[in-house]
Design a protein. Structure first.
Length: 81
């Protein structure tokens, strides 16, 4: 366990090995992640695709809702017969 707190037998908290970089005030999260070999990537859509993405998402939700309503109506009609 290279980072973290450990309790000594006397009950007072102690440190093992190195000081965790997250314990230092003002540490940049990207520096900490880079020091641990973690990289972040972000992919963004251009602004001109905003409404296209919104319409596709809305169509998917409407289709899912229509399917679910159809299943409910089918189940209710089947149970009533």
């Amino acid at each position: 366990m290279p980072f973290g707190r450990v309790s000594s037998p006397g009950g007072s908290p102690g440190r093992c090995g190195r000081v965790d970089p997250l314990d230092r005030a003002g540490t940049n999260l990207n520096q900490v992640l880079h020091a641990r070999g973690i990289q972040q990537f972000g992919v963004y859509h251009p602004a001109d695709r905003f409404w296209t993405c919104q319409l596709i998402e809305a169509a998917l939700f409407v289709a899912a809702a229509a399917v679910l309503i159809g299943v409910v109506v089918w189940r209710v009609r089947r149970r009533m017969i």
